[in-house]
Design a protein around this ligand. Structure first.
Ligand code: FPP
Length: 253
């Protein structure tokens, strides 16, 4: 008999594993500074951590992993740090492009990528083309991404649709389909490393009912166990979606 795949705490992966996990990978800079290294070394270590965490989530049967790699606000950082981050993304994307088909995972990019370097845009286009042929685990990298920007763009697209007389009946499902994340189910679990407890303009629409797990662990220090702890926390939550608990109890938001 095939070995049963186990989730955290030995529970079968099929039950209680989030289909979609979103992560704000915070703390790279502090991790590097604590070791007397330049901040860019923290981002490189962070990229390695992402690789490990992505593998672990896949083993657990998570279907979608969405990470915040660069926000619309991150341009305010020193030019050398922004440059190093862009180079790091480029290098990693080249490596992952070689593996996507063989290992059967998709890699998609959400955000205003049209302002990135021509080389990075080329790599992103290649990644999307490959992903269209792959039906499997999906890693979404939010790059030059802002949740408000995403919502405003969707609203503009909707306004165009109405102006062209194509349609004028807007509901939540239709609006979701106008976002960069169209077709991706909302994350059940959002994790933020590095000790801050805010959303920082990440997946504002999509996280309406997500469970939030915040930890002081810096992103480069994340291990499989940190992810297992976040999932165990998620599994301990009573998700009521504004209704009443199955066990009874009060009204909830
Ligand atoms: C936040 O930490 C992290 C970022 C702005 C960059 C995250 C990017 C990576 C981990 C690389 C991703 C690579 C791929 C291939 C997608 P911070 O710099 O704000 O840390 P601090 O709060 O300690 O200063």
């Amino acid at each position: 008999m095939a070995k049963e795949k186990k989730g955290p705490e030995g529970v079968p992966a099929a039950s209680g594993i989030p289909r979609h996990i979103a992560i704000i990978m915070d703390g790279n800079g502090r991790w590097a500074q604590r070791q007397g290294l330049p901040r860019s070394a923290g981002h490189s270590a962070g990229a390695e951590t992402l690789r490990r965490v992505a593998d672990h989530c896949r083993e657990l049967d998570v279907r979608y992993l969405t990470v915040y790699a660069f926000s619309t606000e991150n341009w305010k950082r020193p030019a050398d740090e922004v440059g190093a981050l862009m180079k790091l993304l480029e290098r990693n994307l080249i490596i992952e492009l070689q593996k996507m088909e063989r290992d059967g995972f998709q890699m998609r990019f959400f955000g205003d990528t049209g302002v990135l370097s021509p080389r990075l845009q080329e790599l992103i286009a290649a990644s999307h083309q490959l992903s269209d042929r792959i039906d499997g685990y999906q890693i979404n990298v939010c790059l030059n991404y802002g949740g408000r920007d995403e919502i405003v763009r969707a609203a503009r697209r909707w306004a165009d649709t109405v102006r062209n007389g194509e349609e004028n009946n807007l509901d939540e499902e239709t609006f979701s389909g106008l976002l960069w994340t169209a077709g991706v189910p909302d994350p059940e679990l959002l994790i933020r490393s590095g000790g801050e407890t805010r959303l920082s303009n990440f997946l504002l629409w999509q996280c309406a009912y997500s469970e939030f797990y915040f930890t002081d662990t810096l992103w480069p220090d994340f291990t499989d166990e940190t992810i297992d702890r976040a999932i165990a926390y998620y599994r301990s939550r009573d998700r009521r979606f504004g209704g009443l608990s199955a066990a009874g109890g009060g009204q909830s938001r």
